[in-house]
Design a protein around this ligand. Structure first.
Ligand SMILES: *Cc1c(COP(=O)(O)O)cnc(C)c1O
Length: 219
């Protein structure tokens, strides 16, 4: 598959479900992809990318940013507290706020550096033991705490359990966002982004369907 094919599938789905053309942002997830594949997508004119790790992103994006204007970078993976400052300097949007301690750190560092990325709160819609995210019944209280810290929370994000119908999780996330007055929904990946758009996704995170399978690291 390719960038243009994914773009046209997004446009088709927006049309099919009666959404405005262009109301879904495509985040091209470049984690673990070879630089030549990433550069090919930059050369096609795409500028919105997602990465999973602060370290990996810090290793490749400053140089791409020197050579391509208006790159917008999204952090999609878990954020360790000791990487918060670096993440806030590197990323335009962070999708994985999942605990109060981190929210407080965002507020503290924002006061020092004078800027803060836009923030999505990650919700563990499947209540999975091992997965990051605020549990659905704690979202309202957590949003309130983030607002008290004056953080730029713009929406909710989820990664549904692999063995369940994602549409149910997307619908739950949409309901939680609406009841908390949040406009953006980060949901949908290569295998289910059309279903996410049908449920109101504003940001879909698509990796392998654009770039090809991620190469497995050498042993
Ligand atoms: C890797 C990843 C994606 C993209 O996954 P694909 O299946 O390659 O599209 C999306 N969101 C998150 C949080 C990811 O870690």
């Amino acid at each position: 598959m390719s960038l243009s094919e994914i773009q046209s599938r997004i446009a088709d789905e927006e049309r099919r479900v009666g959404r405005a053309a262009g109301s879904t942002q495509l985040i091209a997830v470049s984690k673990k992809q070879p630089n030549d594949r990433v550069e090919a997508v930059l050369k096609e004119g795409h500028r919105v990318f997602g990465e999973n790790q602060v370290q990996e992103a810090a290793g490749k994006w400053p140089e791409f940013r020197d050579r391509y204007d208006n790159v917008e970078l999204h952090l999609l993976g878990p954020l360790q507290s000791n990487k918060t400052r670096q993440a806030m300097e590197l990323f335009d949007v962070i999708h994985t706020l999942d605990r109060l301690k981190l929210a407080k750190r965002f507020g503290m560092i924002r006061d020092e550096i004078g800027k803060c990325p836009d923030i999505f709160i990650q919700v563990n819609t499947g209540a999975e033991e091992q997965k990051a995210g605020i549990s659905p019944d704690e979202v309202e209280a957590f949003v309130t705490e983030c607002r008290a810290l004056d953080l730029p929370v713009i929406g909710l994000m989820c990664i549904p359990p692999v063995d369940e119908e994602p549409s149910l999780h997307f619908a739950l996330l949409a309901k939680l966002a609406k009841s908390n007055g949040l406009e953006n929904l980060s949901m949908g990946m290569s295998g289910d982004f059309e279903r996410a758009i049908a449920q109101g996704a504003t940001h879909v995170r698509v990796g392998s369907a654009i770039f090809g399978e991620r190469p497995t690291p050498a042993q």
